[in-house]
Design a protein around this ligand. Structure first.
Ligand SMILES: [Zn+2]
Length: 135
């Protein structure tokens, strides 16, 4: 058994997977998830993600022979963000929320207007009263 060198978010279930290193030539990294099992894909994007994306327990291990550069990793991360648009559920919730808040705000707004009208009436009344006194 190879020792656990670090951890990374499992691509299968989103949980925490152990990152280990194969002792064979190539020094490929692989993950072992308690839910999804072992992922030993040795492709360059996989190795790049594991090498730069893992949280190492005791410093970086030997780089896999086909690992990409840090620039490759940055580009990969951006690509992943672009590929995962916000789920539609969020939009639905937003619409429901805005309808609700309009309903809640409506009575408050008219109450404020009513108070404003009262103040305005008082000011006008007061002003005309003062005008009458001066005259
Ligand atoms: Zn998993």
């Amino acid at each position: 058994m190879n020792t656990t060198l670090g951890h990374i978010k499992c691509q299968g279930c989103g949980g925490k997977a152990e990152v280990k290193q194969a002792q064979r030539r190539g020094a490929h990294l692989y993950t072992n998830c308690g839910v999804c099992g072992t992922d030993q894909r040795a492709g360059r994007p996989i190795q790049t993600r594991l090498f730069f994306g893992s949280a190492w327990l005791d410093g970086e291990p030997t780089a896999p022979e086909n690992v990409g550069s840090i620039e490759d990793w940055e580009a990969q991360k951006k690509g992943e963000e672009n590929q995962s648009p916000k789920p539609k559920l969020d939009q639905t919730e937003e619409v429901v929320y805005s309808v609700k808040s309009t309903e809640e705000k409506a009575p408050k707004a008219s109450k404020t207007k009513a108070i404003g009208a009262l103040i305005l009436a008082a000011v006008i009344g007061g002003a005309s009263w003062a005008a009458t006194r001066k005259a």
